[in-house]
Structure formats: structure tokens, C-alpha cells
Design a protein around this ligand. Structure first.
Ligand SMILES: [Zn+2]
Length: 491
């Protein structure tokens, strides 16, 4: 079966080697993931209203186990510096990591204690995701924090992964600005923006300054794409936390396009990365296969993510349900969908178009249907080698192999989970790298034996945008005042 792989029409332009590379990565990812089950039911989500949990204090993850609180002996050391280990300020690490043109994550060879200064509207779930630690651990290390921390609190975090801290940006309100538009422009929720700038009546006045705490990595991506976004899909929509327990910030709606039909527009909100990748994959599928039937895109997420009726996941804008393509000789709106009505060759093309993006973590499809999918794939030239990477079948529905996995209820639609986007600092990924393609700099060589990151004096201090970590210096008189270098200084 080695020969025909390159001659398949639908695979035109996709070298088999590239597919294998991508697939192998996704397999590793899926194995690690342990494959949690996913909510069942095609189109089971209620039509989403803009009433998600985001934007209200204490609404995210506050029910997470408090059992660990009080158990953190290390965290109780006085002065905010945990005993037994050096402390690094988040701002310092960021300064070291931001040597290049773009703000980047500081990645250490070993875990260490850092301190995180909480900015307005930051919540534990997001902070935990940011440092790739569990929320329960964060609570255990910081027993003095109640349900949610307050701005100015300093949290102790044990991690080797330190994104640059949020920075204060001052923005001047323009005549046509709205809270929502300004929030999206800075990758935050509109209620968070209002809370950062409380005013009686809530009215925006042109010319007045607003305080916005922006994530430098996300903001750099937004600034670069805001005026001319790829595919017309605005930047800045990002997930916080995991698909089973998280939310979506500044969610972007799947645009209407000829290649597909949105089945539940109110629940068709995703991250920028998910929506763009999905649109590209579906248009590639149409072009390469010539499939003429309907493609229905079902539930993705609600505008602010969170729980979606009938689904366990779909909370952070990177899970997408797509109805199985039907044979074009039968009515396309037909439901329910017996397997005999499914066009499995088209389904194979669809799965390949999605997986070939390299951005699929896992794709759920009922196990018996995988067998039919394999048969159809072989009929159009798929190799055994390729299918072994692509499918769980025939290893059994419990096997931790293949990108396509069994999950109950996925017999009339596939469920696709995309990776975290390249600037999503608070997206909790399933893959070993976990942070999509965030710019990461290994700073192992940049810190001294005590663990303090060497920093340079900050030329931009006192301007409108500065690192949060720098404000933590008072707690550590032995070190020079650490500062984060400001690169994106123009509000
Ligand atoms: Zn689903």
C-alpha cells in the first residue's frame, strides 16, 4: 500500500511525511491526555445566550477543592518568600525572557518559587493555567487567599513556566468606542474592563483615559492583526483553563461561509485560533474532495464559554462538533443519521483536512464507525501505516492510540478538539507542551545560582505600561529593583 498514497486526489499537496509528523505529534498528545469522555449528543447544546459566567468575580472555579488549604508548610514562611528555595519575581523572569522583539515565556530547567502579583480581575483559575499548575496547588501554597485573590495580593507559585506578567496600558477613549470593542481590542472581557474602570452610570466619555491590564503576549498578537485580521476573524479570542472546566474570553463567532452551515449560531463561538483553523480546514476539504453535500457545524462554545447544555467540554472555544457528511443522493437535512446514509469517503476527506492542519489534539468518533471509515479510506488509497496513526481502530475502543478515538454518542457527528492557540497564555492544553506555540525562551543560562534572574535597568519605567512584577520588589530588599522591559509601550 506504499505507492498509492501520493496519488489520492483529496490528498493533493499534502506530503505523507508531513502528515505522519503531524499525526505522530497528535498521537503522543492523545496518549498523554488519557482521553476524558466528552459530552454527548449532536446539537444538544441550548442556543447560547450571552450570559456566560465570565466577567463576574468568583464565578470561575471557586468550587475547586479547598481541602489543600492550610497544608502548605512551605508557603507559610514569613515575608512572602517560601522557605527552602529561591524566589523569582514573575516580572524578573519576564524581563529576562523579553530580550528579543516579542514578549516571551521564561522557561526554566527546574521548578522554582516565583511570586505573582495579582492585577485587577485576575482569578485563581486563570493564574493557575498561566503557570501550568493546578488550581488546588495554588490554593494550598497561598492559604491566606479566600475564594479569589484581590488586586495587589502576592501569590507564591512553584513552577518552571513563567509568562510575562500583565501590564498596565492606558487607553484614551475615542468617540466611537464601546466597552465591548475596547475589551476585545485588548483581549479581555468587557465586564473586566468595566471593573478596572468603575464609574457611576458606566458611560464612556471620549478623551478620558482607561486603565487596561493586558497580557503582553496576547496583546502583541492583537496589535499585529487588529486592522487586517486573517480570514476576517478578529484576534484576541482565547480560552482560559481546560475544555472541561474553563471559559472563553472575547469569543469570536464562526462567520457564515458557503463551505458550511452553522447549526447553532448562538453556540458557535470559539477562540481565534480554533475558528480560523476550522474555516481553513473546511474550505480545504471542499476544494480537495469536491464534496457537494451539506456540512453542518454544531456546538462550539457560548460567547463566554463555560458550561454548554448536554456537553461536558466545549467550555473554552476549542471543541467543535461537525455532523457526519451524508451521501449526496439523499436529503441533506435528514436526522437522525443511520450509518448507511453516511458518506464515509467524504468523512475521510473531512478528517484528513482537519488533522492535516496539525492543530487537532483529538477527534472523537464512535468505534464501529471507525471501521467503516477505515474501509472507505483504503478504497481511496489510504495506507495501513497512515490509518494506524489516524485511527484507534482496530486496536479496541479502549486503546490509547490514534488521533480518532471512541467516545459514546459520537455516531452522528465528530467532535474535534483543537490545540491552544499561539498566544493563549491561559489555555490549559492536553499536549505535553501544553501551551500551543507560545513564544518560549529557555532562560536556564540567564539566572544566577540563587535563582534570581539577572535584569537590566528598565528604560521604560514610569511610562504608561509596565510590568506588574516590578511592583513586588519591596518584598525582597536584597535584590535590586527588578523590572520588566517594556516593548509595546504605545497604548
Ligand atoms: Zn462535542
Amino acid at each position: 500500500m506504499g505507492g498509492p498514497g501520493r496519488s489520492r486526489g483529496m490528498m493533493a499537496g499534502v506530503p505523507a511525511a508531513a502528515f505522519r509528523r503531524i499525526a505522530a505529534r497528535s498521537v503522543a498528545v492523545a496518549v498523554l491526555a488519557g482521553l476524558p469522555g466528552v459530552g454527548v449528543g449532536w446539537g444538544g447544546g441550548v442556543a447560547g445566550r450571552d450570559d456566560g459566567p465570565a466577567g463576574r468575580p468568583g464565578s470561575v472555579g471557586t468550587a475547586v477543592a479547598r481541602a489543600g488549604v492550610g497544608g502548605g508548610a512551605v508557603a507559610r514562611a514569613s515575608g512572602g518568600v517560601p522557605a527552602g528555595g529561591p524566589a523569582v519575581f514573575a516580572g524578573q523572569a519576564a524581563a529576562a525572557a523579553a530580550e528579543g522583539d516579542r514578549p516571551a515565556v521564561a522557561r526554566y530547567a527546574t521548578k522554582r518559587w516565583i511570586r505573582h502579583r495579582v492585577v485587577p480581575r485576575e482569578r485563581l483559575a486563570g493564574i493557575a493555567a498561566r503557570y501550568r499548575v493546578r488550581e488546588a496547588s495554588l490554593r494550598r501554597w497561598n492559604p491566606e487567599v479566600g475564594d479569589e485573590p484581590e488586586a495587589g495580593d502576592v501569590l507564591r507559585v512553584y513552577t518552571d513556566f513563567v509568562p510575562p506578567p500583565r501590564r498596565l496600558r492606558t487607553v484614551t477613549v475615542q468617540p466611537d468606542d464601546t466597552w465591548t470593542r475596547l475589551a476585545r481590542r485588548h483581549g479581555i472581557g468587557s465586564w473586566d474592563l468595566r471593573a478596572m474602570n468603575y464609574r457611576p452610570g458606566g458611560r464612556l466619555r471620549p478623551g478620558e483615559p482607561l486603565r487596561v491590564w493586558v497580557d503582553p503576549i496576547q496583546q502583541a498578537a492583537i496589535d499585529a492583526e487588529w486592522d487586517d485580521p486573517p480570514l476576517g476573524v478578529r484576534p484576541g479570542a482565547h480560552g482560559v483553563g481546560s475544555p472541561d472546566d474553563g471559559r472563553l474570553v472575547a469569543g469570536v463567532q464562526l462567520p457564515e461561509r458557503p463551505a458550511y452551515i452553522r447549526k447553532i449560531p448562538g453556540s458557535a463561538y470559539g477562540t481565534t485560533h480554533t475558528i480560523r483553523t476550522l474555516v481553513r480546514a473546511l474550505e480545504t476539504f471542499r476544494r480537495d474532495t469536491g464534496f457537494g453535500g451539506r456540512i453542518y457545524v454544531g456546538a462550539i462554545s457560548r460567547p463566554r464559554g463555560g458550561r454548554l447544555g448536554g456537553h461536558r467540554s466545549h467550555q473554552t472555544g476549542r471543541d467543535v462538533d461537525i455532523r457526519l457528511p451524508l451521501r449526496t443522493s439523499i436529503p441533506q437535512a435528514l436526522e437522525p443519521i443511520p450509518a448507511r446514509r453516511v458518506d464515509f469517503v467524504a468523512l475521510y476527506g473531512l478528517v484528513r483536512a482537519l488533522v492535516d492542519t496539525g492543530e487537532v489534539v483529538v477527534l472523537f468518533l464512535d468505534y464501529p464507525l471507525q471501521r467503516r471509515l477505515a474501509r472507505a479510506a483504503k478504497s481511496v488509497g489510504a495506507t495501513d501505516e497512515e490509518l494506524a496513526v489516524l485511527l484507534q481502530w482496530p486496536r479496541g475502543r479502549k486503546a490509547s492510540r490514534g488521533i480518532v478515538r471512541d467516545s459514546p454518542g459520537h455516531d452522528d457527528h465528530i467532535h474535534v478538539r483543537f490545540r491552544c492557540g499561539p498566544s493563549e497564555t491561559e489555555c490549559r492544553g492536553l499536549d505535553p507542551e501544553g501551551w500551543g506555540d507560545l513564544p518560549v525562551r529557555d532562560v536556564i543560562a540567564a539566572h544566577d545560582p540563587r535563582g534570581a534572574v539577572k535584569t537590566r535597568p528598565c528604560a521604560a519605567c514610569g511610562r504608561s505600561e509596565r510590568g506588574v512584577g516590578s511592583a513586588s520588589a519591596a518584598a525582597s530588599p536584597r535584590r535590586a529593583r527588578p523590572v520588566a522591559r517594556s516593548r509595546a509601550g504605545t497604548p
